[in-house]
Design a protein around this ligand. Structure first.
Ligand code: ADP
Length: 471
């Protein structure tokens, strides 16, 4: 079943709560009014009994029942005794009005009356209220039952109830329409958000939801959605840019391979010329393989598939090993390669292959961008709880404004020189990703013409305790 809209649900809830409140309010008001009106009529009846007592107190002491009967008949027949009966107990009546004789009310034994009690009666459709109370004359107790018409009271109560019943549906109708109007008004911006959101797709990711100035949750919602769109747009652009750059980078070596092969095949050549062509093709194929490898690493990093196997590692050993591998390159490039690795252990939690990759990227750049005769330095030091690896060179250096950008994908300061040096501008992005995965940082200090220093800081750990059984 389709769920009701928020607007309708809010209205229904609002209506239910309003109806309940109205019901409780109506009932309480009716009960309060009833209580008040009955209080007034009961006071009236009580004062009638008091008047009766005063009347008998005013008679001579020692007046007999027969005298009382006589006195009552004279006093009450014409006056306010329409609904009065006075009973002396044991079947002995003092007074009983005509009305009470016609519509008898069971008498109460005087000794059985404590506090005055009240009761309603309806006689021939007429609503009456009676009080039963005792009074004392000459040391004897009598029971008086006196009544009054309460049709005003009953009419007032029923009129009040009718008004309530009449106005309740009207008030509910007004509340329902008001509630619905309010909820529609409050939720109108949601419709606007939905309308714009529906139109946003991959081709117009720069569209944004209209800015709401409601200063409420809906404004926060639209702002949050817009911020989310900002993030999605920038990742989308990064992916598109990455694909475009990757295709561009791959097209260059492939067209070089193709041109080389076409030229070689245009006419028959000496075997030495074929060999030279094939060497060019092989070099470009190797470069393409390296590039694809780098692209794969970054794509896997983006999708979260590239997982690193972290374990405690003596970073000094790894550095020493990597440095050994670069010595022949230094000799070939006619560069001085120095390392300051000292002895002793310095442990970090790292993936050894990934860490080697970072070092190779930094050393590769240092050798690529330093002309002979120059110096490349590799050093390791402990600063507080950090292991700091520095690769310093005396090469071309990097201008201040380029230093941020070199960590971006495909960014190369000097496109021509870098391509000659076999770089696609991906090395430092990969290095930065790896260092970040290790909870570390990478930064560059450089001055054009003087050289560059890349500092990699990794959190160090105390040397793990060796298990003698395992050793
Ligand atoms: P590439 O594979 O092109 O070297 P990187 O991401 O490793 O890509 O480096 C990006 C750019 O940063 C390089 O093209 C180069 O212009 C600059 N760069 C990196 N390391 C150095 C360095 N040690 N000296 C001078 N420039 C450097």
């Amino acid at each position: 079943m389709r769920k009701l809209s928020i607007g309708v649900r809010l209205t229904v809830w609002y209506l239910a709560i309003f109806a309940l409140a109205q019901f409780v309010f109506g009932i309480s008001m009716w009960l309060l009014l009833r209580h008040k009106l009955y209080d007034v009529s009961d006071d009236n009846l009580e004062s009638q009994v008091e008047d009766l007592q005063k009347f008998f107190d005013a008679q001579k002491p020692g007046t007999s029942d027969a005298d009382l009967r006589q006195l009552s008949a004279e006093a009450f027949t014409d006056h306010a005794g329409d609904y009065l009966q006075i009973y002396a107990g044991n079947g002995n009546w003092i007074y009983q009005s005509k009305f009470m004789k016609e519509h008898p009310l069971p008498p109460v034994e005087p000794d059985h009356i404590g506090q005055a009690s009240f009761q309603d009666r309806r006689v021939s459709g007429k609503p009456l209220r009676f009080a039963a109370a005792r009074f004392v004359v000459n040391g004897r107790t009598y029971a008086a039952q006196t009544g009054m018409e309460i049709d005003d009271l009953v009419n007032t109560l029923s009129a009040f109830r009718n008004y309530l019943l009449m106005f309740a549906p009207l008030a509910l109708l007004v509340a329902a329409s008001g509630g619905y109007w309010l909820s529609r008004r409050a939720l109108a911006p949601v419709d606007a958000i939905v309308g714009t959101a529906r139109q946003i797709s991959g081709t117009n990711l720069d569209s944004r939801l209209a800015k709401l100035d409601t200063g409420d949750e809906l404004e926060r919602l639209s702002d949050t959605l817009n911020e989310m769109l900002d993030r999605i747009e920038s990742s989308f652009r990064r992916v598109t840019q990455f694909t475009a750059d990757a295709s561009h980078e791959l097209r260059t070596p492939i067209s070089l391979i193709r041109t080389e092969a076409e030229l070689a095949l245009r006419r028959s050549r000496e075997s030495a010329q074929y060999q030279e062509s094939l060497q060019h093709i092989l070099r470009e194929a190797e470069r393409t393989t390296g590039l694809i490898e780098e692209l794969l690493t970054l794509a896997r990093a983006d999708s979260g598939c590239e997982s690193l196997k972290m374990h405690p590692l003596n970073v000094r050993d790894t550095l020493r090993d990597v440095a050994e591998g670069w010595r022949p390159v230094a000799t070939m490039c006619n560069l001085e390669f120095r390392d300051q690795l000292d002895s002793g252990e310095l442990f970090v939690i790292a993936d050894e292959t990934a860490l080697r990759r970072v070092l190779n990227i930094l050393l590769d750049n240092a050798f690529k961008f330093t002309a002979a005769p120059g110096i490349v330095d590799l050093s390791l030091e402990q600063k507080h709880d950090k292991a700091v690896v520095t690769v310093r060179d005396s090469g071309v250096g990097i201008a201040q404004e380029e230093q941020e950008k070199i960590f971006e994908r495909f960014y190369r300061v000097d496109k021509v020189r870098s391509r000659e040096a076999q770089g696609a501008g991906l090395g430092l992005s990969i290095a930065q990703w790896i260092v970040q995965q290790h909870g570390g940082t990478i930064r560059v200090e450089s001055e054009p013409g003087k050289g560059s220093a890349f500092h990699v800081e990794l959190p160090s750990i105390p040397a793990p305790v060796q298990n003698p059984m395992m050793a």
